[in-house]
Design a binder for this molecule. Structure first.
Ligand SMILES: Nc1ncnc2c1ncn2[C@@H]1O[C@H](COP(=O)(O)OP(=O)(O)O)[C@@H](O)[C@H]1O
Ligand SMILES: [Mg+2]
Length: 230
């Protein structure tokens, strides 16, 4: 896999994505271009339906654009193929979703360990990193609890720890505070702010909560599938 070391973590160039809905087409993204530098926390704002999820899915290699190109961590996604994309998602990108996405029957510690199991990380190393990460997100005392035994904010902290498990270069977070009350949401955004600094990662975070934008290094706005930088 060819890889160029660059200070640009994400480069999106003229990305278009349409969905067909019956006979009509929905143009979710209409020529989106932007870059995210290594180490930046960029907030992506825009009202519901503006294309945020579509864009994050494309940047995260979960969906492909109809037109345009996406480079993440020096790799052109169009050149990766199925296995290459799978490896990129597993090893270089950490995902955080609005609905947390934890596995209900696993404990907090086991959930954080899942990405390392997928990568067949040695058990001892895995356990040490799980402990470190749960400490980092302030949940050392809750390692043995299952998601149903944790508050929403605590569950999202577990999800952030899980996203960091394989030491990703990039965190992609789609409305990570969308299901949390304002105060808890702010605390989760502050946690993302802190881990971007301490774990040397880059983050692209979609949110429509304007009170969280102050924590970002930069804000991009999507409106009707087009970007307007602030
Ligand atoms: N799978 C899909 N099929 C058809 N239309 C979709 C699909 N996903 C998203 N859309 C449409 O694309 C537009 C952008 O949606 P989305 O990216 O989810 O925006 P946001 O995350 O900002 O709310 C919306 O008009 C939405 O209805
Ligand atoms: Mg969305």
């Amino acid at each position: 896999m060819s890889r160029v070391i660059t200070e640009t973590m994400v480069r999106v160039e003229d990305v278009h994505r349409s969905y067909s809905r019956g006979a009509a087409a929905v143009h979710a993204l209409r020529g989106v271009s932007f870059e995210v530098a290594r180490g930046e926390l960029v907030a992506l704002k825009g009202r519901s339906g503006s294309g945020k999820t579509t864009l994050l899915n494309i940047v995260g290699g979960l969906d492909t654009p109809d037109r345009g190109s996406v480079t993440v961590d020096g790799r052109n996604l169009a050149e990766l193929g199925e296995n290459g994309l799978l490896e990129l998602r597993r090893d270089r990108i950490g995902f955080v979703f609005q609905s947390f996405g934890l596995i209900p029957i696993l404990t907090a510690a086991e959930n954080v360990g899942v990405p390392m199991r997928l990568r067949r990380t040695d058990a001892r190393e895995r356990e040490e990193r799980v402990e470190l990460l749960l400490g980092l997100v302030g949940l050392a005392e809750h390692a043995a609890q299952r998601p149903g035994e944790l508050s929403g904010g605590q569950q999202q902290r577990v999800a952030v720890a899980r996203a960091l498990a394989n030491r990703p270069a990039l965190i992609v977070a789609d409305e990570p505070t969308g299901q949390l009350d304002a105060e808890t949401g702010h605390a989760v955004m502050e946690l993302l702010r802190a881990v971007v600094r301490s774990e040397n990662v880059t983050a692209l975070v979609a949110t429509h909560d304007t009170t969280l934008l102050d924590l970002a290094d930069r804000v991009l706005e999507l409106a009707d599938g087009e970007i307007a930088e602030h």
